[in-house]
Ligand binder design. Structure first.
Ligand SMILES: NC(=O)c1ccc[n+]([C@@H]2O[C@H](COP(=O)([O-])OP(=O)(O)OC[C@H]3O[C@@H](n4cnc5c(N)ncnc54)[C@H](O)[C@@H]3O)[C@@H](O)[C@H]2O)c1
Length: 339
């Protein structure tokens, strides 16, 4: 039985608690939050995705720490799950690795690519295994896309377009660009990561964007330039008007089919092929959060480092996001080097 401690009980901490609660091979032994209402389970943060952070977790049965570093010092904990505000990830993940724990860190891995590099280097020399919560790599419908692209099921990709937009979530952390990095770092990063997951490091990025709520870029549109894929574009941000809600979308045009994913929609993934009626693609249940945590627990049990997503992937993803931000601010295309 893997024994887990979760630090930070906002929307993501509760989402992770839900995911652990669905597994029989894991026990949450301890939780931590500075806010006693959250620690007692009295407040519930709302998520973007229906069904997220339901809060069915039994708060009475666990050890509670006001300070996350104390949880890291608890010798009974095997896996420390860090759902703290982004700038705190580095310090807490380093401490957990130094204490010999396995470490799960929410995305973005760190506030900057340079910090993420430090963490990736430390993880390479640690006894525990590490994983970052790049949940789209595990999301039903997106795992389908990864397979279709890798196996060229419908031929090569001619064009791939991603869109992830919402109204601003509010709150002190998400309103402070220094802390959260703006919509580009906190939300759009999911699509940046998926673009690199599918196609690797782009040759360059060319972005337009603007700030609306924070001092950083809150809404961005990026053209990722590749030698072998004609058109890859992603738009993301949290600059929509209040009440807009959340949507995520892709449209990928292959040589022999077009795949369109829309969330929310009754049939999120539709496949269009010549001489066939449009077909909804049947997807496995659950959310990316459940699948990523299940995958990491399997890796820990089997003693193998995660490969579907690594801290190195998180470093390169942050480098791309930083290039996108610079491109949006300067109006110039920014070249990227391979990892
Ligand atoms: N994967 C995703 O789809 C996704 C979605 C949303 C947020 N996130 C990421 O998850 C992270 C957390 O986001 P959130 O919305 O849950 O944040 P949040 O601000 O709601 O929650 C963070 C919690 O950490 C607590 N905290 C701060 N310092 C602490 C300390 N020293 N010890 C213990 N607790 C402490 C705070 O009191 C707060 O309750 C961020 O990095 C965010 O970018 C990921």
């Amino acid at each position: 039985m893997i024994k887990v401690g979760v630090i930070g009980l906002g929307m993501m901490g509760l989402t992770h608690l839900d995911a652990y609660g669905k597994r029989g091979d894991v026990k949450v032994l301890a939780i931590s939050d500075k806010l006693t209402d959250r620690l007692e389970g009295k407040t519930k943060a709302a998520g973007n995705v229906e069904g997220q952070a339901q809060g069915g977790f039994d708060f009475a049965s666990v050890r509670k720490y006001i300070e996350g570093m104390e949880l890291i010092r608890d010798p009974r904990i095997d896996l420390v799950d860090i759902c703290l505000p982004t700038p705190m990830h580095l310090e807490f993940a380093l401490a957990a690795l130094a204490a010999g724990k396995h470490v799960m860190v929410e995305k973005p891995l760190c506030r900057t690519a340079a910090d993420a590099q430090k963490l990736a280097d430390a993880a390479d020399n640690a006894n525990g295994l590490s994983m970052v919560g790049m949940c789209m790599r595990f999301w039903p419908g997106w795992t389908w896309l990864k397979r279709a692209v890798a196996q060229q099921t419908y031929g090569k990709v001619l064009a791939a377009q991603f869109r992830r937009v919402c109204n601003h979530p509010g709150g002190g952390f998400y309103s402070n660009g220094e802390l959260c990095g703006g919509g580009i770092l906190d939300l759009h990063i999911h699509d940046t990561d998926f673009v690199q997951y599918l196609f690797g490091m782009p040759r360059s990025v060319y972005s337009a964007g603007y700030s609306k709520v924070t001092s950083e870029i809150d809404h961005v549109l990026t053209l990722y330039q590749y030698d072998d894929v004609p058109m890859v574009v992603a738009e993301g941000g949290w600059a929509m008007a209040d009440g807009f809600g959340f949507s995520m979308h892709y449209a990928v045009n292959f040589e022999r089919a077009t795949a369109v994913f829309d969330f929310p929609a009754a049939n999120p993934l539709m496949l269009y092929e010549p001489r066939k009626p449009p077909q909804p693609v049947e997807l496995e249940g659950g959310m990316g959060y459940d699948h990523e945590i299940a995958y990491f627990l399997d890796c820990i049990r089997e003693g193998r480092p995660p490969q579907t997503v690594t801290f190195r992937d998180a470093v390169s993803c942050l480098k791309i996001v930083e290039a996108e931000s610079m491109s949006a601010k300067t109006g110039k295309a920014i070249a990227l080097t391979t990892r």
